[in-house]
Design a protein around this ligand. Structure first.
Ligand SMILES: CCC/C=C/C(=O)SCCNC(=O)CCNC(=O)[C@H](O)C(C)(C)COP(=O)([O-])OP(=O)([O-])OC[C@H]1O[C@@H](n2cnc3c(N)ncnc32)[C@H](O)[C@@H]1OP(=O)([O-])[O-]
Length: 734
């Protein structure tokens, strides 16, 4: 953890060293400050280049030291601003040579320099806000002075990362190179020796402001509130930028400091920052997967995938083809029907065209000159060339087994066979193949080319190499793969089950869909349960309930309308489906939509009358329910199922569940994930509430508190990072 200096003629090169990403710990910052001072006084040095070791400028302040959020990050920001200010005031030109990343405090350091030279593949951004804080080392004051108010407002308040070519257009950097960045920066430095520096010091630069600034700030705050569901740090960013516009630089810096300090002084803001930082590390934690049998990320090496095949070109299959092609993997896309194949080809081509455009807008054209080639074919035999096959036909066990039987004889003996299912039994599918160790579940989320989550479902026989290969593939695809066990609906959907049932029971008891959705959306979920069900399609669950005899022709005669096998059951969604109300796809569901396929959910008087009549017919008394009751009634059973999932070793740790919810189910990151949220609320409170719910509703089994939750409370509710040690995994061979 240090900074060192070498000289190249009259140019001193300061290298930041703190592997793996040159994070700016207090020690690293002190070290840069010391070397920077030294070269200021060295008469042989006429210019200074600052770079990072191993192809990375810096990933910003060292988040690992934020554990006691407050003191550490606050004083670190002071130190870092001292460095930035010293670089800025230097009488010798200081040039940042940016390779890899300049994020957060890393970019703030670069902003203190007089010039910035970046490699064409470098990524730059003030990402602090995504960790619940904001650029507190001069970033909010310098960036608007450099690139203008509006682009700075966007970058700072959203944590947007830009690639070097876009950064050049924005005026964020001065030069882009495709060659050795440090050499290019030294060359640049040699050319600017002796040139006046006053105009290069951002602290002296005025901000170009549009006349309607107040409207811009206010609109921005409203937009951010909607986009980030009440996360405080985004709002504070706007205030800091407002200070940049209204105050002289030195006063702006003080205001920035004061606002940063206000995060550490507010319990809510501090909790949000903790949650976001936890979410960041949880995503890294899940890559270090383990299984109950003792296999883990270290016990197997992934196989590279050069050629992948996708079977089935429905919505999911198309998305999967796109993400493989974007990762420059050669794809064989197979359909059994000529018309479907043609439709699939057209849809994939259209998505790829859109993606190309987006990439060009993000300045990535240079890097994405080719997608992986795609062969669209009806010929199953072409699968013999694939290293890995992803079957993505619709959810039908018989059909999937038929396909896997064929794959087993057609594919190379070492080819991996994946099934894209949201809940079917992986072992049953693997059982028809001669290679169950190479079979695994890959549960993609829709739209598959956009959603980051991939549930990687290990079967009983899935080998560590198979798991490792698919986890590695998920990284190649830019996704986060989370290894989960094989049980009906796996982790995410399984936990959704009780949550959705609870929400529907609320409708029986007197609430309306929009009321319930509003509470959960204000909590921060991207969509409430009813808007989400309308988006997914109510017919999906209806079909599966018919299949399992809960409704429809297979329902046993004499079954009670609101009970199944002694458990509470609500027929409300079944009745909606019988009336053809499938959600957005039919223009009617829990809400009404302007058109078939429309997205704008409007409360529907028909639904209100229907619920009213239903309650009357079943003599259900309407109970008043407070917002807090709605929240606890819906979320605590979801969390409880999370504890069951942990206890049954379906997920290997609370972080796994939280990563799944943050990336696949629209859980607000500033709430960390359902298990983190439970730890913040307090396990005794969650347990007590569940006990009361269950006592009053013994016909809802999902309210029965999980054994693990009870055990943790009995042990004095240890912090979340210790829960893992309470799981069966500690007895494994790890
Ligand atoms: C003070 C106020 C002002 C300033 C505030 C800030 O700057 S706030 C900061 C603003 N900065 C950000 O928001 C940037 C956050 N970082 C990133 O976005 C990505 O890590 C990346 C793009 C830098 C590299 O992606 P990639 O897929 O190539 O690799 P990877 O993601 O797997 O990481 C490799 C290892 O590095 C670790 N590590 C990473 N960053 C930090 C850090 N800052 N610190 C500590 N550690 C960090 C990471 O945990 C992992 O450790 P493990 O598991 O091996 O023990």
């Amino acid at each position: 953890m240090s900074a060192s200096k070498e000289t190249e003629g009259a140019v001193a090169v300061i290298t930041i060293r703190n592997p793996p990403v040159n994070a700016l710990s207090q020690q690293a910052v002190e070290s840069i400050l010391k070397v920077l001072k030294e070269v200021q006084f060295d008469p042989a040095v006429k210019a200074i280049v600052i770079c990072g070791e191993n192809g990375k400028f810096s990933a910003g302040a060292d988040i690992r030291t934020f554990e006691n959020i407050g003191q550490k990050s606050d004083s670190l920001s002071h130190f870092l601003e001292d460095v930035n200010s010293m670089a800025e005031k230097s009488e010798k030109p200081v040039i940042a040579a940016i390779e890899g990343v300049a994020l957060g405090g890393g970019l703030e350091l670069a902003l203190g320099c007089h010039y910035r030279v970046a490699h064409v593949k470098a990524r730059l951004g003030l990402t602090e806000v995504l960790l619940g804080i904001f650029p507190g080392a001069g970033g909010t004051q310098r960036l608007p002075r450099l690139i203008g108010l509006l682009p700075a407002l966007e970058m700072i308040t959203t944590g947007k990362i830009v690639f070097a070519p876009v950064a050049l257009k924005l005026g964020l950097i001065d030069s882009v190179t495709e060659d050795n960045t440090i050499k290019a920066a030294i060359h640049f430095a040699q050319n600017v020796i002796g040139k006046p520096l006053e105009s290069r010091r951002l602290c002296t630069k005025p901000i170009q402001c549009p006349p309607n600034m107040e409207t811009i700030f206010n609109d921005s705050k409203i937009k951010l509130k909607k986009l980030f569901h009440g996360a405080i740090s985004h709002q504070l960013c706007v205030e800091a930028i407002r200070a940049a516009v209204q105050l002289p630089f030195a006063e702006g810096i003080l205001k920035e400091r004061e606002l940063l300090f206000s995060i550490f002084n507010s319990e809510q803001a501090r909790d949000q920052a903790k949650a976001r930082q936890y979410a960041f590390f949880a995503e890294r934690r899940v890559t270090k997967w383990t299984t109950p049998s003792g296999a883990n990320w270290k016990s197997a090496s992934p196989h590279p995938i050069g050629v992948a095949a996708v079977i089935g070109l429905g919505t999911m299959g198309r998305g999967i083809v796109v993400c493989l092609a974007k990762a420059q993997i050669q794809v064989i896309a197979v359909e059994q029907d000529g018309k479907q194949l043609e439709m699939g080809r057209k849809a994939v081509t259209k998505i790829l065209e859109r993606e190309t455009l987006t990439m060009q807008q993000r300045g990535l054209a240079l890097m994405s000159d080719s997608f992986g080639s795609i062969t669209f074919t009806l010929d199953f035999n072409s699968l013999k060339n694939a290293d890995l096959v992803i079957e993505a036909v619709y959810e039908n066990m018989a059909l999937k087994k038929e396909i896997f039987k064929q794959l087993s004889s057609i594919c190379m003996p070492e080819a991996f066979l994946c099934t894209n299912t949201s809940g079917l039994n992986i072992d049953e599918i693997a059982s028809v193949t001669g290679r169950p160790h190479l079979v695994i579940g890959t549960h993609f989320f829709s739209p598959a080319h956009i959603m980051k989550l991939l549930e990687v479902v290990r079967g009983y026989h899935s080998s560590p190499t198979t798991i490792s290969t698919v986890i590695n593939l998920s990284k190649v695809l830019g996704k986060i793969g989370v290894v989960v066990g094989n049980c009906p609906s796996f982790v995410g959907n399984r936990m959704m089950g009780p949550y959705l049932h609870q929400a529907i029971f609320l409708l029986e008891d007197g609430c309306y869909p929009e009321e319930v959705d509003k509470v959960l959306e204000e909590f921060g979920l991207a969509m409430g349960p009813f808007r989400m069900s309308d988006l997914v399609g109510l017919d999906v669950g209806w079909r599966s309930r018919m299949e399992s005899g809960l409704t429809g022709p297979k329902l046993l005669p004499g079954a009670l309308v609101r009970q199944r096998e002694g458990k509470r059951y609500s027929p409300l969604p079944d009745i909606l489906c019988e009336k053809g109300r499938f959600g957005q796809k039919t223009g009617r569901g829990w809400y009404q939509y302007e058109t078939v396929g429309g997205r704008n959910a409007v409360p529907d008087p028909w639904v209100q009358n229907f619920l009213h009549d239903y309650r009357k017919a079943h003599t259900i008394k309407q109970k008043p329910t407070s917002q807090n009751e709605i929240l606890e009634w819906c979320l605590y059973p979801l969390i409880n199922e999370g504890f069951n999932v942990l206890e049954e070793e379906i997920a290997s740790g609370p972080e796994d569940i939280d990563v799944i919810y943050n990336n696949g189910y629209g859980w607000p990151r500033h709430m960390g994930g359902p298990m983190f949220y439970a730890s913040m609320v307090g396990l005794p409170k969650v347990l007590t509430k569940l006990e009361v719910f269950y006592e009053n509703n013994p016909d809802i089994p999902s309210l029965k508190p999980s054994g693990l939750l009870k055990k943790l409370v009995k042990q004095g509710s240890p912090p979340l990072k210790e829960w893992r040690s309470q799981l069966g995994y500690q007895n494994s061979k790890l």
